[in-house]
Design a protein around this ligand. Structure first.
Ligand SMILES: O=C(O)[C@@H](CO)OP(=O)(O)O
Ligand SMILES: [Mn+2]
Ligand SMILES: [Mn+2]
Length: 546
């Protein structure tokens, strides 16, 4: 059991954590959709309530370096677990550097299967150096190692990014990678890109928001059905011309073919590695490969392959069964310890972020702890710049009902807008996204007051705080050939706020800023507000008590 907190008995009402996904503290007003938004609720919070700044990127959330932006997985892991673990990006890089990845049974089975079958290894995943879901260096290591272990043929299926990296940067990855492959290819080795498409168009759906994306991916990667091109760079150029204004993440699928024949269909006996390390967008395609019985779409063919994930994406469901690197073993989460303390917990978001406040929050665990209630609001399946309000109102409704029920000691939710609309690169839509969140936040906070509770308002990383790419030399927004500003779709390296909304302690409670304050300090802060000492493994609380 968590010991009682000696300095404070805990607030009488509920303790609520509200994550404003993608809400960073911008360094400049230029391109800052948050600064441009009309947001009276948030302005009032910063003017009147205790608040500090938290680190939400780099080593503060377990990324390899402080050049790495934060993301929802590592952010929600840190918030929910109160600790920083070396995350997938770092674990895979380390396993490659140490060579341990090649010594494990999973890689050896992949190589053995490829050699025993037609000699084909397929590598499928997100094709960039964004380091949120994957890193191209990991892919290059897989291909080079496959060659050195005698696999004759590698077929690479690329999901174009433009979401963790500049929005039209695909060729900056494709062209050097083709040169890398040309350097490896010889009489006994043939590695080529075989299919692809934008990551928001095919394959990388998450939380079952839109299985049709995975169906589309399956058709090009596995069945080889789709518009044919001679090579990947030609495909990217042609698709851009056919769909003007479409950024990489949204490009339609394509197949690379020779004399009308796709060069990389997946067949019985092949080996397949899905090289993303992050789980949310890897689970559905993994199920399409692994599930014997499957009704999400018509696979047409279900080739018998030896399949491995870069990591295991879901430890409860054992997905996938074979994986190259062990995932971080996240233990002693707040979900677990608040459950052990007998607290009823409520978690809510819309589909796009539902797993963030449940699965990531609980340390990549897909089942509930005792006393947890989860509520999912189905997300729209539309380009989010067209509906920037998303499901903010419905999430607020759910939170208000849960607060009014009086059933929950602690509640958490995630408003997806700042992030999901931020990723579209549409500045005006992003300001509207923040305005929608601001409106709904006011309603939730009124319900917190009515319940005699307190709220912590924070974010998992930045996004809407920087909507333009900044030219490194001029420090001004970079421009497109037509003079418009180049949109920035990725997360930012900025800090995020932590506000203590407290109308119940009579000013006894505050927050302290420390040099190292980060997302992993929220767990202990929440525990103290609930009247408990933190778990020994959690980072320090930021709560001050007068
Ligand atoms: O959309 C996603 O998958 C990532 C960006 O790659 O965003 P987030 O980490 O906020 O979920
Ligand atoms: Mn996020
Ligand atoms: Mn995001």
């Amino acid at each position: 059991m968590l010991p009682k907190f000696s300095a404070f008995p805990g607030v009488a009402g509920p303790v609520v954590t509200i994550v404003l996904d993608g809400y960073g503290i911008g360094r400049s007003e230029v391109g800052n959709a948050i600064a441009a938004a009309r947001k009276p609720t948030l302005d009032r919070l910063f003017a009147q309530y205790p608040h500090v700044r938290l680190r939400a990127h780099g080593t503060a959330v377990g990324m390899p370096s402080d050049e790495d932006m934060g993301n929802s997985e590592v952010g929600h892991n840190a918030i929910g677990a109160g600790q920083v673990y070396a995350q997938g990006a770092a674990l895979v890089a380390d396993a490659i550097a140490a060579g341990s990845i090649w010594a494990g049974p999973a890689w050896q089975e992949i190589v053995a299967a490829a050699k025993a079958g037609r000699g084909v290894l397929h590598c499928l995943g997100l094709f960039s150096d964004g380091n949120v879901h994957s890193h191209i260096d990991h892919l290059k290591a897989l291909v080079a190692r496959a060659k050195s272990e005698g696999v004759p043929t590698v077929r690479i299926h690329v999901l174009l990014d433009g979401r963790d990296v500049p929005e039209t940067s695909a060729l900056d990855y494709v062209e050097p990678f083709e040169a890398f492959l040309a350097g490896l290819n010889d009489a006994g080795f043939d590695a080529r890109i075989a299919s692809g498409g934008g990551r928001q168009n095919i394959t990388m759906d998450r939380y079952e928001a839109n299985w049709a994306m995975v169906d589309k991916g399956w058709r090009v990667h596995v069945l080889g059905e789709g518009p044919q091109f001679a090579d990947c760079a030609t495909a990217v150029r042609a698709l851009r011309e056919m769909h003007p204004g479409t950024i990489d993440q949204d490009l339609p699928p394509f197949v690379i073919a020779e004399a009308g024949q796709p060069i990389g269909t997946v067949q019985d006996g092949d080996a397949v590695v899905f090289f993303n390390f992050r789980g949310d967008r890897a689970i559905e395609i993994t199920r399409a490969f692994e599930d014997a019985v499957f009704d999400k779409f018509d696979r047409q063919r279900h080739p018998k392959v030896t399949y491995a994930g870069m990591l295991q994406y879901d430890g409860d469901l054992k997905l996938p069964q074979r994986f190259l690197v062990d995932p971080p073993a996240i233990r002693n989460t707040t979900g677990e310890w608040f459950a052990k303390a007998g607290l009823a917990q409520f978690a809510c978001s819309e589909t796009q972020k539902f797993g963030h406040v449940t699965y990531f929050w609980n340390g990549n665990r897909s089942s509930k702890f005792e006393g947890e209630t989860w509520q999912e609001v189905p997300s729209d399946v539309v380009p989010f710049e067209q509906r920037p309000w998303m499901k903010a109102a419905e999430i607020a409704d759910a939170m208000i009902a849960a607060l009014q029920s009086g059933q929950y000691r602690t509640l958490r939710c995630n408003f997806a807008n700042g992030d999901m609309v931020g990723h579209t690169g549409h500045f005006r839509a992003a300001t509207m996204a923040i305005e929608a969140v601001d409106l709904e936040l006011a309603r939730v906070l009124a319900a917190v007051d009515a319940a005699g509770g307190v709220a912590l308002i924070t974010a998992d990383h930045g996004n809407a705080d920087e909507m333009y790419e900044i030219d490194k030399k001029t420090k001004q927004p970079a421009t497109n050939p037509d003079g418009s500003f180049k949109a920035k779709t990725a997360h930012t390296l900025n800090q995020v706020p932590l506000v203590l909304y407290d109308n119940v302690s009579g000013g006894r409670l505050g927050l302290r800023q420390t040099d190292t304050a980060g997302l992993s300090n929220i767990a202990a802060t929440t525990a103290n507000l609930l009247g408990f000492e933190k778990h020994a493994s959690w980072d320090e609380s930021l709560l001050t008590v007068k």
